[in-house]
Ligand binder design. Sequence first.
Ligand code: ARG
Length: 461
Amino acid sequence: MAKLWGGRFKQKTDRMVEQLGESVSFDARLAPWDIRASIAHARMLGACGIVSKRESQSIVQGLEAIARAAATGKIRWKRELEDIHTNIEAELVRRIGDAGKKLHTARSRNDQIATDLRLWARDQMTAILNRLHDLQTALADFAEEHLEVILPGFTHLQHAQPVLLAHHILAYVEMSQRDEERFSQLRTRANVLPLGSAALAGTPHPIDRAMVAKELGFDSVSANSMDAVSDRDYLIEFCANAALAMMHLSRLCEELILWSSQEFGFIEIGDAFTTGSSIMPQKKNPDVAELVRGKTGRVYGDLMALLTLMKGLPLTYNRDLQEDKERVFDASDTLQLCLAVFTRMIPAIRVNREILQIALRKGFMEATDLADYLAAKGMPFRAAHELVGNIVVYCIQNKRDLISLTLNELQRYSPLFAADVHHALAPKTMVGRRDHPGGTSPKQVKLALQKVRRRLGHSAY
Ligand code: ARG
């Protein structure tokens, strides 16, 4: 098969070089975007008189037919033609003849791939934004269904203070909202048309870049042709955003794994999202959460690969850039799959309220409130802290918990303790008293949930 760039060459490309250099085995998935960009380019060539109207029309029809055939898997892409761009062009020439050879006027594969990737990335970001939205909805639903549930809040993975389960879950909604913002901002920032930059310097043909930008839905045209053909910043940002979103999922995965262990027992994950062991009949393993946690590492790898790929690349296009695709495809596919499966898993989580009741009594989580109780009655907080520390030691030595101490026992430590102390130490009271924006009181959490619902109701992608 003749190479599109074969004119200057006398000898055949080495067989191994073809194996090294081909990209159609992975960039074939760009075909729909490549064709879309080519159609816009061909229309512009016709409108600007660079090719005749008839030629332009015939190219557009040929490309549309290729798009249909490709979508149903009817075209076999050829590795010896290197990449998807040359494959499509060769197929076009095969179908419509000489007019097809004019498509590549006023463009290069350098601005072509730069355009394809931006179109592809824009669509992927829209899909990711929708999935982040679905995730937040599932988390908000879960929070709402468990509004009355209190669980131990941790610092250092030690019992710290009780919090509403809904508050804990809404923390992840906040993270996910930031992920959403990042992708949404990137989608806007990256929506710039590189086509027209040609190989690196622009083209002498009288092109109309604004027309192409408009047809392809780009907000503007690139300001510098050299930057445009060699810029992959937005793909690095894409991977960084994906890495952050995966990191957030992974943190929740870690909690679900811990919470479903025998040691915690806070939750049980439904059968559809767990797996058994080939040898231990009793096992029910949280594989989905583990896999998502594990795949976070590979998305970090994608980000590092792109950063490393770009450092030290001189302007402008270098073939190294071909290595960007598999990494960013992987980051996108992995994130989208993980978001989708994770979102489906959330409604399958059953909360074990009885075990949570028991857990709330462990770890002296009333200690801060006990100190605050004394502080509210005039004792300096530092002194109250010290005094409650002593009470905790007493409890440990006598195998007691704070809530079980009688008023008499407490008054041995301070006369400030009064009959209202036990009420102050009930988990419900402790949670209810953190009643300011951002706090865990049921009132505040309900308000936060309403805000989340309002936002989710408004934003659509
Ligand atoms: N397959 C190439 C890539 O992915 C397309 C651009 C090729 N340009 C070139 N001058 N060889 O980057």
